[in-house]
Ligand binder design. Sequence first.
Ligand code: GDP
Ligand code: IMO
Ligand code: MG
Length: 440
Amino acid sequence: MNLAIIGAQWGDEGKGKIVDLLAPHFDVVTRYQGGHNAGHTVIIRRGGVDQKFVLHLIPSGITHPGKTCVIGNGVVVDPQALLNEVDSLRAQGIEVNHRNLLISNRAHLILPYHVALDRAIEAGRGGAAVGTTMRGIGPAYEDKMARRGLRAGDLTDPATLTEKLSHNAKQANRLIAMLGGDLINEKQLIEDGHRWSQLVAPHICDTTYFLNNAARGGKSLLLEGAQATMLDIDHGTYPFVTSSNSSIGGAITGTGLPPSQINCAIGVIKAYTTRVGGGPFPTELNDAMGEHIRARGGEYGASTGRPRRTGWFDAVVARYAVMVNGLDALALTKLDVLDDLDEIKICVAYRIGGRETDQIPYDANQMSEAEPVYETMPGWKEKTVGVSRFEDLPEKARNYIARLAELSSAPFAFISTGAERNETIIETEVLSGCGIRLAV
Ligand code: GDP
Ligand code: IMO
Ligand code: MG
């Protein structure tokens, strides 16, 4: 049984929490796209104290002993960021070694010149900046598509590494100079490259065969999406997107698994909406309500610390995510953040140029003109933090959830009422409808 977890909005829906919750029930946890632009928060309560992990590149299953974590071929790996993350996990008492962390030899590398390019390109965009995480993600995927990228496998061949790094550094510096960015030091890059090679090489292998053999051998795979459907390079609000396929297609191309091996897809979606970075956001609240949601929800970027833009739940986005990914179910998160509101709005359609539509326009300019058509529901004004049984929720909260499910055209398999693992309502019937049985 292999399951893909996918962001259904603009990211930060709580994918880390859901993956952490599911990880004990799977053998292998795999990231398949994106890089350390992701920030997946996992809160684990130990001895009455909350321990917080923010995973960027390493799958959120890593905190579970005995699980294999895989960084698939579709991920872009910054070797220094990877080593820093390994160090910080070890400092928090988590075991990371070449058996529980495998990195695809086909995964492309993010190198310092990609970061310099990301900065220079963003600066050149001025007011139309994408608002990237400045991690070099876009330029690394550009090099991949242009067939000039270096891959993790290149780190395992020190004999040719110097020449490859030297060539790419020279080419990149010409481009950086043209864009008025900060040139990188070629000698330093070569030195770093060989250090990375020694430290990272033990993790590098052919994960395409590893994953397919695992699946054929009856092991269960959990596929952890990063970013989200509306940030997908093809299906998101282009050009205000990331540079990978963060919707279901990425789970195939980014692992080497065939579509027939993905048995189920669950989308993660907040009870409201957030977005970090530039681009259209029809239900955005630039007012005291938006600020209230940001404060209550702790809506600050897990990677960059930037305040997240906040707004009401957008059912047009939810339906689109269900359609594009073929989501079997959704995981609704952060319900508790809405606990003290008098009224809650839900966007059911857009009005664009005087016409109502229930579709996402392909054009970001049109999307930025979209006026939300709202339905209003009464708030429950009661604490739901930590509720773990649906029947224990206030009736008005249950009504809100039922309406969201109806408008999204998918059932909720999880309803999350807090950051911690146990603060979750698990709808076992919905899960078993997806073929998932969580052994307790
Ligand atoms: P991801 O990128 O999708 O993994 O999400 P992030 O980790 O960037 O952001 C989600 C934030 O919400 C994290 O700080 C989580 O600890 C927190 N969180 C997740 N689920 C809930 C929930 O149901 N309620 C509350 N209050 N916080 C949650
Ligand atoms: P997780 O996995 C939210 C956004 C950036 C920017 C755009 C492009 O934690 O949900 P990039 O650096 O990828 O080229 O930036 O994408 N972005 C995210 N927003 N959550 C993320 O990851 C994001 N990763 C990238 O803010 O708007
Ligand atoms: Mg995040």
